[in-house]
Design a protein around this ligand. Structure first.
Ligand code: SF4
Length: 329
């Protein structure tokens, strides 16, 4: 049973297919897996991730055919129960790492608040000073050695990378079942990027924390994520085990992305990558009908104005295109 099971999430800014900013997106994440959600800025990653934690933006309507966390049907819960349930199971780190943190409070106070939310039954937690020891321990675990200084600081006094590490430590203190991180590598130097990647890797392996990571660059995360879903203009075009998708991409968008990744050695620039195909990345209110990659797709035909069917291989490798078959290699 997957930890997260989301089927046909749609987010619309009006009636009809063209107003569906997120169009029938399905996502499953197995316990202990890391799933990368890959798409260019504007593809809809943040909308999907915030919808999963129950954040609704005004002017948009949300619908889903199925939304289960750890087997519980979230759609059947009352709004209050839903908030409580999701809040207990999922911790989200926003793209701007300071958004998770209260600018007026020291990191120490924010840790105390998070630790107070958990009901620890272990005798160890009844000892005086356990909160202090726990927060110091967590900060050391995420690679913050000057933890005394960090604990006494407010978010504005910390660097971006310190804030990201603090967020990961807070997530560990919170003990969620699913960690969602929206572009955790954005605007980072290569060395900071590798620090955060190895931190996420060790948290996943040692704490068995399941993760959904949104990124606009598949290359740095390819070795970390066990599975991947590629998003184009609000539609998932291909999904599967990362190695299967990388070694045998099926959808024309994914093929182009992987080809560029290989040719450019990971230095991915989406505008450059798709420039020879012409056209622009579509966004609302100019969303194409049917397959949204159609206006840029080199093999598109009239039928592509209709929503393409899902083509499936074993092991959950699925893509949507009118011109492919399951046995096509
Ligand atoms: S459905 Fe049509 S437009 Fe979309 S990727 Fe396949 S061939 Fe291209």
């Amino acid at each position: 049973m997957p930890l997260l099971d989301l089927k046909n999430l749609s987010i619309s800014r009006g009636e009809g297919e063209r107003n569906r900013i997120i169009d029938s997106v399905s996502l499953t994440i197995d316990q202990g897996d890391i799933r990368a959600l890959v798409g260019v800025s504007g593809a809809g990653m943040s909308l999907i991730m915030t919808a999963i934690v129950g954040i609704r933006r005004s002017g948009l309507t949300y619908s889903a055919e199925r939304y289960r966390i750890d087997g519980t049907d979230v759609l059947k819960l009352s709004p209050a129960k839903k908030r409580k349930f999701i809040g207990k199971k999922i911790f989200i780190i926003f793209q701007d790492p300071r958004m998770n943190l209260d600018p007026a409070m020291t990191i120490r106070r924010q840790f105390r608040e998070v630790l107070s939310l958990r009901n620890f039954h272990d005798r160890w937690y009844r000892y005086p000073g356990w909160k202090k020891r726990r927060m110091e321990n967590l900060l050391i675990r995420v690679g913050i050695s000057n933890y005394q200084k960090v604990l006494g600081s407010k978010p504005g006094q910390l660097t971006d990378i310190e804030c990201r590490k603090v967020n990961i430590a807070l997530a560990l203190a919170y003990e969620p079942e699913l960690l969602i991180a929206d572009e955790p590598l954005s605007a980072m130097s290569v060395s900071s990027e590798s620090q955060i990647l190895s931190l996420l890797d060790s948290v996943n392996k040692n704490e068995h924390l399941t993760m959904l990571i949104g990124t606009n660059d598949l290359a740095p995360i390819a070795n970390l994520a066990g599975s991947v879903s590629l998003l184009y203009a609000g539609q998932i075009v291909e999904t599967g085990k990362t190695q299967a998708v990388l070694s045998s991409p099926k959808h024309p968008y994914t093929r182009r992305l992987i080809k560029s990744m290989n040719e450019m050695g990971g230095a991915l620039d989406h505008d450059e990558m798709f420039s020879e195909l012409g056209g622009i990345f579509p966004s609302w209110p100019e969303l194409p009908v049917g397959c949204r990659f159609g206006p840029r797709c080199p093999i598109a035909e009239r039928i592509c104005l209709r929503t393409p069917p899902a083509v499936k291989l074993p092991q959950g490798h699925v893509w949507r295109c009118h011109f492919s078959k399951p046995d096509e290699e």
